[in-house]
Design a protein around this ligand. Structure first.
Ligand code: F6P
Length: 530
């Protein structure tokens, strides 16, 4: 989930705490952050004035923090018609960047693809094809069908937009006075590094993949041409980062299986390919505790907390997710249904509050999934409303809150008895970390083995296999009835871990690797390490 004020949070103290090598790096470089979605979207009011709205998503939250430390340029796709107008205006004036007066620390450069290219790139290749593949979501006897439309979307969408991104990055790099360091984000941009290399072989390229990297066999669902291009694109980076060691290992295996000329060194986690070395590293992403607490303590969140009191019960289960298939929302409700069947004594005493953010509503798979969620919730509520009425109780077992309201979601995290995170696969899952930080009732975390967060938090959570509805129902029961001492101990360990492994650490680990690499390449340029 996404804090709303990430960019306004300047913190001189954190800057002072940076290791010397990183401070020196940031003093003489400009970070060029590159992602599909930018930190803001422009919208036009009826009077023709431009207003900005914060972009959503984990990438933005995480990379916004980078601007606390350094001069940062953001290269992102124009999403709205007002974004396009702004980009045009900027070009007309011959300015390289848009200044964002209300967002100190950021300057922006838009990539402006033609709408049909964007449609192929985002709505056909990135989502669903790559997203579904990387989260193991395909029902393989039926999907994906790589037909001529997919190929067209690949050539005229994904490749074209990735090339446009590379051109804009190169233009941005040329327009900054300090040495640019390019920080590419995620699966939309796998081909960008190779295109940048054609134009600027000298730039330092770092790419972080926020989502899982599946087993190399599963990648065979994509034609060889596509998976080779993806591997080659990523190997044009100096460093490629993943959320977990398992994802990093899968990437090395995928390169090994698809590029016969690549030399993969599994011990050093490096690949030599076409005269270059790419380092493969692991950086588990996290939250900024101070910022999350600030939003949770805001007036807005407090108002929500008061309002949500009415929805609580003797036991309260909470989930917070984007409404998309990898989050496994439907099976979560089926498990709740099973819990109520197995433990009728809970009828009237437990409420399930689900906070869901609709996403990618241009893609059929996501629209259908939201419909499935609504259907299963309707069915459960009807079924138990009848059962409760027989006993003279008015009770609604599931309350669905649909919409993008981060303060409201954080408000709910304070009071859960159980937080359900049963994603099928997930790069990390920051909800698990936000919940661990904010909860005030020693609430129990139920965590899927498929979430990246499991590798860090699994030992203090109740583990579920995401397809195991019966097991999830049992975990819900165990979580709701766990003795207080055990709840308190687990909650304390979770909170401690999240505080010690925060977003700052995620960023610093990456910057440290970049500083080390720069120092190795040009030792004379770098002052004594810290
Ligand atoms: O890492 C996955 C991610 O890129 C996150 O930033 C965010 O949760 C989501 O995907 C954003 O998706 P979109 O930009 O398509 O809404």
């Amino acid at each position: 989930m996404v804090p709303h004020q990430a960019w306004t949070h300047q913190d001189g103290q954190l800057l002072a705490q940076l290791p010397n090598a990183i401070r020196e790096l940031l003093d003489c470089t400009t970070l060029v952050i590159v992602s599909n979605r930018g930190p803001v979207e422009f919208h036009q009011t009826s009077d023709g004035d431009f207003v900005t709205k914060r972009g959503t998503g984990g990438v933005i939250t995480a990379m916004s923090a980078a601007a606390r430390y350094a001069e940062a340029i953001w290269v992102a796709c124009a999403m709205t018609s007002a974004d396009r107008l702004k980009a045009e205006e900027m070009r007309r004036r011959g300015e390289p960047f848009l200044d964002l007066p209300d967002l100190p620390g950021f300057r922006l450069r838009f990539v402006v693809p033609d709408p049909s290219a964007y449609q192929g790139y985002y709505n056909r290749i990135a989502n669903p094809l790559l997203w579904f593949l990387q989260h193991y979501l395909w029902d393989t006897p039926r999907a994906p069908d790589i037909d001529y439309r997919t190929w067209q979307a690949w050539h005229e969408g994904y490749v074209v937009v990735n090339r446009l991104f590379a051109e804009e990055v190169v233009a941005a790099a040329a327009a900054v006075p300090r040495e640019p360091i390019i920080l590419l984000q995620d699966y939309h941009l796998y081909l960008v590094p190779a295109f940048i290399r054609e134009l600027r072989p000298d730039l330092l390229l770092h790419h972080f993949v926020h989502i899982p990297w599946p087993d190399q066999d599963y990648w065979r669902l994509l034609p060889l041409v596509m998976r080779r291009a993806i591997c080659e694109g990523l190997l044009a980076n100096d460093i490629v980062g993943f959320q977990t060691p398992r994802h990093a290992r899968s990437f090395l295996n995928t390169v090994d299986a698809n590029l016969p000329d690549a030399e993969v060194d599994y011990r050093r986690r490096e690949v030599a390919y076409r005269g270059r070395i790419t380092r493969v590293r692991v950086y588990p992403i996290s939250i900024d505790p101070e910022l999350v607490r600030a939003v949770a303590n805001s007036e807005d969140a407090r108002r929500h907390e008061e309002h949500l009191q009415a929805y609580r019960n003797e036991f309260t289960i909470v989930r917070v997710d984007r409404a998309e298939p990898s989050k496994n929302v439907v099976r979560g409700f089926l498990a709740y249904d099973r819990l109520l069947e197995a433990h009728p004594e809970l009828i009237g005493r437990v409420n399930f509050l689900a906070f869901l953010v609709p996403t990618r509503m241009e893609v059929a798979e996501y629209i259908n999934y939201l419909d499935e969620i609504n259907a299963v919730v309707g069915r459960i509520n009807a079924k138990y409303a009848n059962a409760a009425e027989v006993e003279g109780i008015h009770w609604q077992p599931v309350h669905l809150f649909v919409g993008d309201d981060y303060p409201r979601a954080l408000a709910a995290m304070r009071f859960y008895d159980v937080l359900l995170v049963n994603a099928i696969f997930d790069g990390m899952n920051l909800v698990a970390k936000e919940g661990a930080l904010l909860n005030e009732r020693n609430g129990v975390l139920i965590l899927s083995e498929g979430a990246g967060a499991y590798q860090q938090l699994g030992q203090w959570a109740l583990t579920v296999s995401p397809t195991d509805i019966e097991g999830t129902a049992q975990a819900l029961w165990r979580g709701l009835t766990m003795p207080e001492a055990e709840r308190a101990w687990r909650a304390e360990q979770l909170r401690r871990h999240v505080l010690e492994h925060d977003l700052r650490r995620w960023l610093i680990d990456q910057l440290q690797d970049i500083a080390d690499l720069r120092a190795e390449r040009a030792p004379h340029r770098v002052a004594a390490p810290s």
